[in-house]
Design a protein. Structure first.
Length: 249
């Protein structure tokens, strides 16, 4: 196992986990997406890391993806003012000591939302947990995808297949992909020291989606206007199983 990599990603993951924990408390009705984005950027720098999205060849207009209601992922921060009951997904990557970590969560602004949206978030979080539980040396990527898919389908949610997880390290996105669907015993075999991002995405309606015509070239929305959900952690494969790197210390 590469000790330099693991140490840097563990430290960076704690920074990211702590930032997202604090973001969950910071977000309130009446805030604009751009106001939140500015706070995130300031916090990333204050905590000693750098904004990974600034390094993309295809420039992303923000420090964090903010996806509201029918927006699924990659939401470009806008002037939209968050309202009580909005579903919002936050997804971000930071760079620390030359290595990247990536995490996402979905919440309801103000805490008061529809039972269906609350259930969607809960089931998607459970799918992430079940996917993580499969991670150990010798496991297949298909084991992870199968576990995630079954939880989402049991919860009667749409399973997003055209956006997937990925490996991560010195690059933001590394091969192989980590799908949210699959067959047990199929795909790449995990080994000690691998670092990967598991990121279930779901919808209350059908899973079909497209890039919105909002001028950003990034924001993904559900075709049928239903709400989408996204949860993610960066995971390290250890000798005894796994470690979630993107949790607060």
């Amino acid at each position: 196992m590469d000790k330099e990599k693991v140490t840097a990603m563990r430290e960076g993951g704690h920074i990211l986990g702590g930032l997202l924990r604090d973001l969950r408390e910071y977000v309130k009705p009446g805030m604009s997406e751009k106001e939140i984005d500015a706070w995130v950027r300031e916090e990333v720098v204050r905590r000693g890391a750098s904004v990974a999205y600034d390094e993309l060849e295809e420039k992303f207009p923000g420090a964090i993806c903010i996806s509201v209601n029918e927006q699924l992922v990659h939401g470009a921060p806008s002037d939209y003012i968050l309202e009580e009951g909005d579903k919002v997904s936050f997804d971000m990557v930071i760079k620390y000591k030359g290595y990247y970590t990536d995490s996402a969560f979905t919440m309801i602004v103000g805490g008061k939302g529809s039972p269906a949206v609350k259930k969607m978030i809960s089931v998607t979080e459970s799918a992430l947990a079940e996917g993580i539980e499969q991670v150990k040396p010798g496991a297949k990527l298909g084991d992870i995808g199968y576990a995630v898919q079954k939880v989402l389908e049991k919860g009667k949610l749409g399973v997003i297949e055209n956006y997937v997880g990925h490996f991560i390290g010195k690059k933001m996105h590394e091969s192989p992909d980590v799908p949210n669907y699959g067959k047990r015993g199929h795909g790449y075999t995990l080994k000690v020291g691998d670092t990967l991002c598991i990121e279930p995405m779901s919808s209350l309606g059908k899973p079909a989606n497209h890039i919105a015509k909002d001028g950003s070239g990034w924001t993904v929305v559900m075709n049928d206007g239903s709400f989408g959900c996204h949860c993610e952690h960066t995971i390290l494969v250890t000798e005894t199983g796994h470690e979630i790197l993107t949790l607060p210390e």
